[in-house]
Design a protein around this ligand. Structure first.
Ligand code: SF4
Length: 229
């Protein structure tokens, strides 16, 4: 049976430490942008960002963070606007990007209401020696293409192959994204939303569950759990 991959992020557990961002960079061979790009041109390069959110009034201002990957929407506007079908929705609900087909028009970036995609304005740079530590399961992207979170699709494929070789179905919890795996607070849970007993599907039905901008009809597959109390 096909899975429908999704994620739950518990904001009551998230401390905003940034470990998820660092793990995503490392796992997916993201290029680094220097201070000129990140600070002066606001072109920080992340597949998963920590969005700050302020609430309350001075001096009782409260700051919290929303880790925000691509939401792998079930009705993704980015896919509808791509003129060359370089971005697509897979049968398992993952919104993918075909780098060799991308012409860099950035319509998909304009179409995404969550700012989840990034564009390679320059030939990607990596600190010296980092290439040797690149993840061989994730392709390096060239200048001029749009890229985004893949829900660590390569990990899903590897886990499925291992399960197939062992002659059994994939078990809940067997696949994890780099961000979920690295989170010291275990705030991120990944899994099959269509498997009724899976942890992610149970958490997604929590009374604390909400999704960002549901009113847009994008049907995101990343669910947040509101803080308790
Ligand atoms: Fe596309 Fe943005 Fe939805 Fe990701 S969050 S699927 S990039 S519209």
């Amino acid at each position: 049976m096909m899975a429908r991959w999704g994620m739950v992020i518990d904001l009551d557990r998230c401390t905003g430490c940034g470990e998820c961002m660092a793990a995503c960079h490392q796992e997916n061979n993201l290029a680094t942008a220097g201070p000129e790009e990140t600070v002066q041109r606001s072109r920080a390069f992340h597949w998963l960002r920590l969005m700050p959110e302020f609430s309350g009034r001075y001096p009782e201002v409260k700051l919290r963070f929303l880790p925000q990957p691509c939401f792998h929407c079930d009705n993704p506007p980015c896919v509808r606007v791509c003129p060359v079908q370089a971005t697509y929705l897979s049968e398992e609900g993952i919104v993918g990007q075909i780098y060799a087909r991308c012409i860099g028009c950035r319509y998909c970036m304009a179409g995404c209401p969550y700012n989840a995609k990034v564009f390679n304005w320059y030939e990607p740079k990596r600190p010296r020696g980092v290439e040797r530590g690149a993840n061989p399961n994730v392709s390096l992207r060239p200048k001029g293409v749009v890229e985004k979170c893949t829900f660590c699709h390569h990990r899903i494929m590897r886990a499925r192959e291992e399960a197939r070789a062992a002659g059994r179905p994939l078990r809940d919890g067997e696949v994890s994204t780099a961000c979920a795996e690295s989170c010291p607070a275990q705030a991120i849970v990944f899994g099959d939303l269509d498997q009724p007993g899976s942890r992610v599907s149970q958490l997604a039905r929590s009374p604390r569950a909400f999704r960002l901008h549901e009113d847009l009809g994008t049907r995101p597959k990343v669910t947040y759990l509101a803080e308790k109390g």
